[in-house]
Design a protein around this ligand. Sequence first.
Ligand code: 5GP
Length: 168
Amino acid sequence: TDVRENLTYEDFGHAVRELAQTIADDGYQPDIVLSIARGGVFVAGGLAYALDCKNIHLVNVEFYTGVGTTLEMPVMLAPVPNAIDFTDKKVLIADDVADTGKTLKLVHDFCLETVAEVRSAVIYEKSHSLVKCEYVWKRTDDWINFPWSVLPPVRKSGESITPSKEAL
Ligand code: 5GP
């Protein structure tokens, strides 16, 4: 399907404040926001400010290789955070979307071993996600365009794309 959910940076600004409000209203005060890079970094930064939490950690997970194409399983890339940092802490995992939910499950299970409490917050959750996040801003089953990944990486100004052999 080529229906897309299109999130702008402006939408994101509102979404992250509303998501934080839901968490605050629920009475959850995390000691640490754990972001799943790279998309979760934006969400974690916004939530940490809005929730007045000064402690952000990061874990790198690789799963998607393209639109709807994935590796078999998500993998945590080095450096993996030191579990000691999470001992007896209230952790809030932050990500952009729970799609299959496999990425969040991986990070959630990693936390479960040492933390006092762990909950998850996402901008979007899809209906087939195997993880049900405590905090969700919006539900959709469409592919989402996020403002940070919708455009290709920048190139040095004036540099042209290397022409193919056929074009020479
Ligand atoms: P999951 O493990 O839940 O299937 O997917 C986790 C990660 O895959 C997300 O953090 C996100 O980076 C990427 N992803 C999954 N679904 C989408 C989507 O609809 N749009 C975009 N842009 N990324 C997605």
